[in-house]
Design a protein around this ligand. Structure first.
Ligand SMILES: Cc1cc2nc3c(=O)[nH]c(=O)nc-3n(C[C@H](O)[C@H](O)[C@H](O)COP(=O)(O)OP(=O)(O)OC[C@H]3O[C@@H](n4cnc5c(N)ncnc54)[C@H](O)[C@@H]3O)c2cc1C
Length: 410
């Protein structure tokens, strides 16, 4: 059962509905939710398959570099993540990281950088990674200590990055490092670091509850030519935030995909599980739960595709994307938990779909800005809007007062 009725919402165009249909058919034929054995190899294979099937061209921008469109189509990105997440968390991860890892190149790369990296990311030849977080700088990314010191025509990187997805299997990393010591968020620069660069080491592989390649990176006198600098010197924080602005909405879409899968599983279970002379679905308590799950999913999807549509219209999306990410990830966690509960003991058996979803959703409430960080972004946005409207009303009132005062004088 696939509920695709949301594709009739006004956010979408025919090309989005076609994309959803085509990907659904491909995913049903090619993807499996569980992956035995070597997770690195499973991930490499998925990237190659997603590349050769043509889906990765939606993760990059610029038709000259093999992309589906000149700029990233956020609604397409979200439809792809939602669909892949419903079928396979690892396939969604593989797709998303190609986009997040190369997003800064799409947005800020030089012609030479785009030519070198984007076609290879879009075909699945190169695996990409985004290296912002550090042991002492996660939510507070501007507190980073990894530093890049200029010497002649190149930079030397020293420091650490941690929790880096695709760490250990990536062909290149977009790395953010401090170039001006006292600059705070204004003293950071972005670099593209090829995985084989001398001085870059995988210090530790990190195992997590929903397995995927993840590592701590160590940079020791790691030489990077200036041609690998991404964007302006000391403007790297803006590069990171602009990249996250694109992909944050897609995290909401992935969460929505996980939640939809949980609802599908819960419905199947409710109708097949017999108890007290009827089925679980016959109980009104169950129906109330199903109603809450479905409504939560629609609310999350509406916020997600509103944010995606807004970005595709060229509007500022910072607050809308934060609302979508917060609501979709928190809702998905609740929906999946309700599904596990309906499954009873079977719901906590390893590799049962709802058990897997329970593990897969959890990190989404933390990475690319934890829920609390999204709350701060939203609050900052609405406070700014409120102050601006107060100010402009004050100016109108001030102008009216001057006009009236002038009128009296006259
Ligand atoms: C599976 C996974 C994959 C990841 N992949 C990547 C990647 O590819 N690249 C990358 O750069 N990073 C990645 N990360 C790192 C991720 O972005 C950070 O974990 C995240 O930003 C939180 O940082 P932290 O872990 O240091 O937690 P902390 O910054 O220590 O925050 C801990 C908790 O404090 C709370 N909190 C934060 N700010 C506030 C506040 N202002 N007020 C109140 N409470 C607050 C939140 O609940 C938060 O979860 C990944 C993380 C995970 C778990």
């Amino acid at each position: 059962m696939v509920d695709s009725s949301f594709l009739n919402w006004p956010f979408f165009e025919e090309r989005h509905r076609k994309l959803a249909r085509d990907l659904e058919a491909w995913a049903s034929a090619h993807l499996s939710a569980s992956h035995d054995g070597n997770i690195d190899e499973a991930c490499r294979k998925l990237v190659r398959e997603l590349g050769s099937a043509g889906w990765l061209k939606y993760a990059i921008g610029g038709t000259a570099y093999g992309a589906a469109a000149e700029t990233i189509d956020t609604r397409a990105l979200c439809i792809i993540r939602e669909t892949l997440a419903r079928h396979s968390g690892l396939a969604d991860f593989a797709f998303a990281m190609q986009g997040l890892g190369s997003g800064a190149i799409t947005l800020f790369g030089t012609e030479a950088q785009k030519q070198k990296y984007l076609p290879r990311v879009g075909s699945g030849e190169y695996i990409s990674a985004f290296a912002l977080s550090e042991p002492e700088a996660g939510s507070d990314a501007a507190a980073m200590q990894c530093e890049a010191t200029r010497s002649g025509d190149s930079y030397e990187l020293n420091g650490e990055k941690t929790f880096i997805s695709n760490g250990g299997i990536a062909d290149f990393y977009v790395v953010f490092a401090r170039t001006t010591e006292s600059g705070g968020s204004r003293g950071i620069t972005a670099f593209i670091v090829d995985a084989k660069t001398r001085g870059l080491d995988i210090a530790e592989r990190i195992q997590v509850m929903a397995p995927h390649p993840l590592a701590r990176l160590q940079f020791t006198n790691c030489g990077i030519p200036d041609s690998q600098r991404l964007g302006e010197v000391d403007q790297g924080f803006k590069v990171a935030m602009a990249t996250l602005d694109v992909f944050r909405t897609s995290v909401a879409a992935a969460a929505t995909g996980f939640a939809r899968r949980a609802l599908e599983e819960a419905l199947r279970r409710a109708f097949s599980r017999k108890m007290f002379g009827q089925t679980l679905a016959d109980f009104q308590l169950t129906q109330a739960k199903l109603a809450e799950m479905a409504t939560g999913i629609d609310a999350a999807a509406l916020l997600t595709y509103r944010a995606a549509w807004q970005r595709d219209q060229g509007q500022n999306v910072t607050v809308a994307a934060a609302m979508a990410k917060m609501t979709a990830t928190e809702t998905a966690q609740k929906v999946i938990d309700a599904a596990v509960q309906m499954f009873g003991g079977q719901g906590v058996v390893s590799e049962e779909p709802v058990e897997r979803l329970y593990r897969e959703i959890r990190p989404l409430r933390i990475y690319e800005g934890a829920t609390e960080v999204q709350q701060l972004i939203i609050a900052r946005g609405i406070i700014k809007r409120f102050q601006e409207s107060e100010l402009s009303q004050g100016q109108v009132k001030g102008a009216e007062a001057t006009h009236l005062a002038g009128g009296r004088k006259a």
